[in-house]
Every structure is written in structure tokens, then in C-alpha cells.
Design a protein around this ligand. Sequence first.
Ligand code: NAD
Ligand code: UDP
Length: 343
Amino acid sequence: MLNRSPPDRQHAAAEGIVLPHLGQRAMVTGGAGFLGSHLCERLLAAGMEVLCVDNYFTGTRRNIDHLLDHRCFELLRHDVTIPLSVEVDQIYNLACPASPIHYQRDPVQTTKTSVIGAINMLDLANRLKVPVLQTSTSEIYGDALVHPQAETYWGNVNPVGPRSCYDEGKRCAETLFFDYRRQHDLAIKVARIFNTYGPRVHPADGRVVSNVIVQALCNRDITIHGDGSQTRSFCYVDDTIDALFRLMGTADEVTGPFNIGNPHELSIHELASLIVELVGSRSRIVHLPLPQDDPRQRKPDISSAKEHLGWEPRTGLREGLLRTIAYFEDLLGQPSIRDMVAA
Ligand code: NAD
Ligand code: UDP
């Protein structure tokens, strides 16, 4: 269901954001994934046509089932590591697994998706002379030594560890985006997204919010890696999508990179305790070994996004978690999903 009100053109113009013309066509790679499916909805609500491109590596038809009958929505099963020839007015490049257990399952493919996928999308954008937006990540800062992280920080990334396929793949993609800008004067936009959560994260995705909510709802042990003192800053999906939409509407010279995240930082232990309280769960917390290269501290400095996009997150953590818990409650009511999660 499309549940967002149409954007207010006057308000957007006052903030320097240009809304797309009705009927313009956007391509969303990774459109059947968590963020991609929300972005497709948002673009349709803005009156755009949407071409959703996905190979279903982590995405699922379930995320976009409700859009299939929309007359402005088109779905293409395709792997972004293979060049693609279509005609569109904007490209949002989201294709890439984002959860550590998924991007580490086939690390070579993860690097190919990030790097070759970026080249294919940049070549297409360059041929069509249309803007292209890259969903980069806070992971490009690695195990940050500077706190909070501003875009000026170059990061602390292990180039040969188990997270490197994702971190370095995304770093190389950023390099490619800025080289296409310098070499071809292409309109590029780079968003460094920090941990985002909300409805439609896959229940077996492995990221902390979905893991803990599913465990709490099933009254199973809550798995905290290490002592739980490592921190993250969690942004609700609607806020992240709003930032991507605004970024695409900026003038060509506005490239970013922009940190997109919620600066409300908390420890993983605090997060787990809050979820247990909100669910009213009987789960107990157990500790597992901390994965290698797991970043210790993460919090975005979003001054640049505030200034250039007129954006900051609006959804508080409790409110966002309650909405996400309601989604998983509903999902776990379906026997096939419950069996999959129990397996
Ligand atoms: P997700 O795993 O739910 O979605 C990724 C989508 O990309 C899936 O639908 C998957 O099937 C598709 N995909 C993967 N490889 C592909 C390929 N080679 N060709 C075509 N499709 C492919 O993850 P998400 O959380 O929605 O993340 C979307 C994007 O945002 C990713 O690029 C991710 O790196 C970035 N990001 C997300 C977060 C977050 O917290 N969710 C944080 C930082 C960055
Ligand atoms: N984490 C955890 N239990 C889980 C899943 C993750 O304690 O069941 C930890 C993980 O080790 C990391 C933090 O939670 O310290 C965030 O993990 P996630 O995979 O969600 O995101 P990322 O590490 O990519 O920021």
C-alpha cells in the first residue's frame, strides 16, 4: 500500500530540492530488497514510473508484490554485474547485499556487485546523460578512529579481512563515481547510509535489529556479540528514503558524499534491552564471540546533509522499533515464515 502523502512542491523548492516531473522514469537496482522496495514506493507516490531491477540474491518478491499491479511499476530480473540497456531518467544504485552474513557468503560476488555493478550503472548513466545515485555505507569508515564520523574522515578499513569485500567494494564504487564526475562530468550523488532498520528487513537477514526482534517475539535467547558495548546509531527506513529522494533532487554540482543516518547512538546491549522491554519478552540475553573487525563505535555527523539537503531524521527509536516489531509480529503469524525462522 502506498501510504505516503505526495511531496509538497513549494516546500521542496524552498529547500533547493527539485521534485521529479510526473511520468519521469527511475531505475532502482536492488529494488526488491529492504531499502529498495521502500524507495520504489516513494517514487511511485511522487508520480514517477519505476523500473525495479533485482537478481533476488537477498531481495524477495514478497517485498514488491503489492506494487506489481501498479501501472507505473515494472520489474526486471537482472544481475547488475551484467551491462543493461534501458532508457530511464534517473538511476538509484542499491543492488548489493548489506548484512554481514549475506555479503560474506560469496565475497567475490559482493565485490563484483559493488565494483562491476557501479561501472555498469555509471556507463548507462553516462550514455543517457542522467543522474545516478550510489548507496554507499558507513562501512567505508571501517573501525573508525574518529568519532562521530564526518565525511572528511578517510576511515580505518582492513583491506584483507572478512568485511573487506563489502567495505572495499563500496570504497572502490565511490572512487568510480567521483572519477566519472571528473572524467565525464556526470551528475553523481553519493549517500553514505548508516544502520537503517524498519519493516521488510528479511527475518533471516542477520542484522541486529531484525535478529533481536525475532528472538524476542519467539522468546528465544537474544544473541549479543561480544559484551554488547559496541555502539551503532539506527535510522528508521522512512527517514533514510526521504534523504535519498532529496539527494536525487539536488543540483548537478551537489554530489556528496553525504552521511545519512540518525545520530542517536546507543550500545548493542542497550538496544537489545529496549527491544525486550517493548516486546514484553521472556527472552534472556546470551553472549557470542565478537566477529572479526566488528566496528567498536559508530555515529554519523549529519551537518552536511542538514545544510545541503534540508534533511534530518524525524522518527524516534522507540516509535520506529514499535512499527518494526508490529511488522515482524504480523510476518511471524505466517506459518511458512515461522518455520523458516525456526529452521
Ligand atoms: P538488501 O539485502 O535488503 O537489498 C539489496 C538488494 O540488492 C536485494 O534485493 C538483492 O537481491 C539485490 N542484489 C544483490 N546483488 C545484486 C546483483 N548483483 N544484481 C542485482 N540485484 C542484486 O539490503 P538493503 O539494506 O536494502 O541495502 C540496500 C543498499 O543500501 C545496499 O547497497 C547497501 O549496501 C546499502 N546500505 C544499507 C544499509 C542498511 O542499514 N540497510 C546501510 C548502509 C548501506
Ligand atoms: N550483532 C549482535 N547480535 C546479532 C547480530 C549483530 O550483537 O544477532 C552485533 C554485531 O556484531 C554488530 C552490531 O550488532 O556489533 C550491528 O550489527 P549489524 O550486522 O546489524 O550491522 P553492522 O555490523 O554492519 O553495523
